[in-house]
Design a protein around this ligand. Sequence first.
Ligand code: IMP
Length: 398
Amino acid sequence: MNKAVIGLQWGDEGKGKLVDWLSDDFDIICRYQGGANAGHTVIYREQTIPLHLIPSGIFHRDKTCILGNGMVIDIKLLQEEINQLKEAGVEVEDRLLISRRAHVVLPDHYRVERKYKKELGTTGKGIGPAYSDKAKRTGLRMGDLFNEKYLEKFEFDKDFLSLLHSFRDIYKKNIVNTVELLHNFIEKGNKRILFEGAQGVLLDIDFGTYPYVTSSNPSTGGVLTGTGISPNALSSITGVTKSYTTRVGTGPFPTRMKKNLNSKIQKKGQEFGATTGRPRRCGWLDLVALKYAIKITGTTDIALTKIDVLDGLETVKVATGYRIHEDITDEFPPEYWNLEQATPVYKEFEGWNSTKNIKSYKKLPDQLKDYINFIQEYSGIKVSLISNGKNRGDIINV
Ligand code: IMP
């Protein structure tokens, strides 16, 4: 029973916490796209450890974590993450496996990105240029580290080359053919695999708000191309959405809140990027975008996160349509400049008091239940999990 956990918004939906929580039921946690543009902070034995590349499943000592072929890996940052884990007492040993087909982020990728970083509001982690090289067929893959002649062609400077050599020599056993490995696990059927997405559908290079997107496919297609598993190997897809919306970086955002409320939610929800520290813009839940993301991903159940951040508001709104020029539509437009013209049509709900420390669905305030019921009705998909706090235990099974 393999599951994918996919962000249904512009990233930062709280996937990390959810993956950490779900990891108990899985043996292998596999990332399939993106790179160090993702970020998730884990509190482990009172230490705060930011992870950008390695799935948080690494904190569970009986789990294997895989960096799939769809990823672009900054080796220096990966080495730093491994060291940080070691210092915290978490040995990765043979529990961290890296695809030989995954691409390596090169120093040049950082240089190239500097030219357009500001305009697109990227994370500055070399992601776009690394994927461009992959598409141009000029990239370097992890498996290529074992071919000295091939490495020479890149004419890397001494320092970078020695970083590649030392990483290769230390982690020789960890750099493997993950396609074969995953297929063996799936054929035997005795291991359960959790596929962890980074970013979200609205940042997908094909289905997001292009060009204000990332350079990979966080949607379900990315699970297949980023790991080599067959579609039949996936039995469920948990789509993750915040109970409101945030967006970091530039690009259209129809349900953005007014200034005061934006600041309030930003503060209460600690909406600052884990990778760049940038403040995230905050807005109401956009059901037009959510339904679209559910359609694209084949989401089988919804995890609704950070519901507690909306506690205490007098009213809570969701967008059920867009007014674009004279027309009202519930279709998510393919062009960013059309989305920029969209004025949301809102449905308003009565707010609720507090969800703090509530452990069962039954005990949630009725007003919140109305809100959740409407999300289910509109999207046609069941909400299976609700997160109502920062702590690991603040998750309610519905
Ligand atoms: P890039 O992925 O660094 O190229 O950035 C492209 C866009 O995706 C920018 O708007 C970033 O802010 C956004 N982005 C990339 N990774 C994340 C993430 O993990 N969470 C939220 N936004 C992200």
